[in-house]
Design a protein around this ligand. Structure first.
Ligand SMILES: Cc1cc2nc3c(=O)[nH]c(=O)nc-3n(C[C@H](O)[C@H](O)[C@H](O)COP(=O)(O)OP(=O)(O)OC[C@H]3O[C@@H](n4cnc5c(N)ncnc54)[C@H](O)[C@@H]3O)c2cc1C
Length: 510
């Protein structure tokens, strides 16, 4: 299967069924935009209830972050419950825990009902502190876990060979193989009559005569009763983009020398940014999966360096045999650390729904979001509707975060537009490299392919006109503002943009 980056992830070894929907179709009862874990969960639940869905996927099923994840299944989220309690209060934090438990039960139910062999394994989680400051923070996290009702305890041993001052173990976590699960959902959905239309970018949706009209980049037009955005970040320019910030995280999979070293549990250190560990199975063998080095998208000078640093970190802990995979992928943080799931804000009708802003917990929140959107279509209400409402104002601290994030966006508009780099560095560009340069007074994004062929793009993002940056490890043009991404030739990889970059024609002098 394909993914939105050049580096291959371990999850791409799976074939996910895609099914072409009839081309002459004009009315679709429910359009689910996006074929990741969120879209498939929603579409399957709707199809089970006898509703007729078409999944419209810009690329192929699993193309987005679902095939670039690490697939920890958590009730203990990346945002510590200390922060969630501080921002939203204890009752809300307990509701969040209840929602994560529900998400795990949905995964479990789907796996059992459709006999999906997806390596689902229940396990515990560990967090460890390496200095006094981290120890203090971790003690507070443990207290918060107790307050929200997640069983946890102090431990003297952890399942990674790191020295530590203090550590805790918490129960009720799990891990699985995300694309085997996705393939199982797709198979079940298709067997119930569900349709999938791949390579279909939904570009524009508007209300017309009490109906939604969706236009695709290919020029097809559909009417629909409901449109569900399962696109990781909602497409187009709208308020939601300003409430979500894109981040990139890096993963490696290693063959270790000693069998006893695989961590059966999910493990996290307390560094900033933190590292995450799990075991992954492939072909009857176990491997170490480790991730971290997170940073805001396109806010790093040299993405390749993150892999080198991750490798150095692994080698400082383990005796390794060889690295078998490395890749990076993108996620979106919401302004107040909780996802946005529900009716699209600012619309008079209740026909458009979205689910986004999962941070590093999209296996849980994507499952929950898919299921909640389906409930809203089917019953007009769902559990956890208020706490995750996209229309919520949220705590005051979140508004501060919003201002900081959007100051950053403003900075990219201004700085990148008027502060031009030097000049013609054409000759210096190596094969497989991309660069923004100032060429004859015009700003050009240039990529040199492996055969020396040149692709020139206009680096102005088609979403909100920020300037894209070259990502030297996934070989993509990434937008620092809202996370839109483009392939070296300018074609669209990730929303919220719905159009490719403009292309510059390069001509040889006669
Ligand atoms: C490195 C990394 C590690 C992670 N680890 C974990 C983890 O351990 N546990 C966890 O719970 N979460 C983790 N996450 C987060 C989790 O992987 C994601 O939140 C989740 O996969 C998102 O799923 P999704 O279905 O919403 O989006 P995606 O899988 O990104 O799917 C969205 C789909 O929508 C399509 N699309 C977008 N726009 C359009 C359009 N206009 N028209 C048609 N189609 C469109 C895209 O092509 C894409 O296929 C991790 C994330 C990263 C980056």
């Amino acid at each position: 299967m394909q993914r939105d980056g050049i580096n291959k992830s371990i999850w791409q070894e799976v074939t996910v069924p895609g099914l072409s929907a009839p081309r002459d179709q004009e009315h679709v009862e429910i359009i689910v935009v996006g074929g990741g874990i969120t879209g498939l969960t929603a579409a399957l639940k709707l199809q089970e209830a006898g509703r007729r869905c078409v999944i419209m996927e810009a690329n192929t099923i699993g193309f987005g972050t679902t095939s670039g994840t690490s697939a920890h299944i958590n009730t203990v989220l990346d945002t510590p419950y200390t922060d969630i309690i501080e921002q939203h209060g204890l009752e809300a934090a307990r509701t969040v825990v209840a929602s994560t438990r529900k998400a795990i039960s949905i995964i479990n139910k789907n796996k059992d009902q459709y006999e999906i062999d997806c390596d689902f394994t229940r396990c515990s989680g560990f967090m460890y502190a390496e200095n006094e400051e981290e120890k203090k923070e971790l003690k507070e996290i443990k207290e918060a876990l107790e307050q929200v009702g997640i069983p946890c305890s102090e431990v003297d041993e952890i399942p990674v060979p790191a020295s530590f001052m203090y550590a805790i173990e918490f129960e009720e976590q799990a891990r699985f193989h995300p694309t085997k699960y996705l393939a199982g959902l797709a198979k079940a959905y298709i067997s119930l009559g569900g349709q999938i239309r791949e390579r279909t970018v939904v570009q524009h949706v508007k209300e017309e005569n009490d109906m939604l009209v969706a236009k695709t980049a290919e020029g097809d037009v559909f009417s629909a009763d409901f449109v569900l955005y399962a696109t990781h970040t909602p497409p187009g320019i709208q308020l939601m983009n300003f409430r979500l910030a894109p981040y990139r995280s890096y993963i490696q999979v290693w063959e270790l020398m000693r069998q006893i070293d695989w961590p059966e549990a999910l493990v996290y250190d307390m560094q900033e940014p933190f590292h995450y560990f799990r075991t992954v199975e492939q072909g009857g063998k176990s491997y170490l999966l480790i991730g971290g080095q997170d940073h805001k998208t396109a806010h790093h000078d040299n993405e390749k360096k993150n892999f080198r640093e991750l490798e150095a970190y692994v080698r400082s802990l383990y005796v390794v045999n060889k690295k078998i995979y490395e890749w990076s992928s993108q996620y979106y943080e919401s302004q107040d650390s909780l996802p946005f799931i529900g009716y699209y804000p600012g619309k008079k009708h209740r026909r458009e729904l979205l689910s986004s802003g999962y941070g590093g917990n999209g296996m849980i929140f994507g499952t929950l979001g898919g299921s909640m959107m389906a409930d809203l279509v089917l019953h007009g209400k769902t559990d956890f509707q208020d706490i995750y409402s996209p229309s919520r104002i949220g705590p005051l601290s979140a508004i501060r975060n919003l201002l900081v994030e959007n100051y950053d966006v403003a900075k990219h508009f201004v700085k990148d537009r008027f502060f031009l780099e030097e000049i013609e560095e054409l000759a210096e560009l190596g094969r497989g490299e991309g660069k923004i340069l100032n060429y004859k007074g015009k700003r050009i994004g240039l990529f040199k392919g492996e055969q020396g062929e040149l692709f020139a793009i206009d680096p102005v993002c088609r979403h909100a006109a920020c300037i894209v940056k070259w990502n030297n490890t996934e070989r993509s043009w990434d937008c620092p503002c809202h996370g839109a991404r483009y392939a070296p030739d300018g074609s669209l990889l990730n929303g919220p943009s719905v159009a490719p970059l403009k292309i510059w024609q390069l001509e040889k002098k006669k």
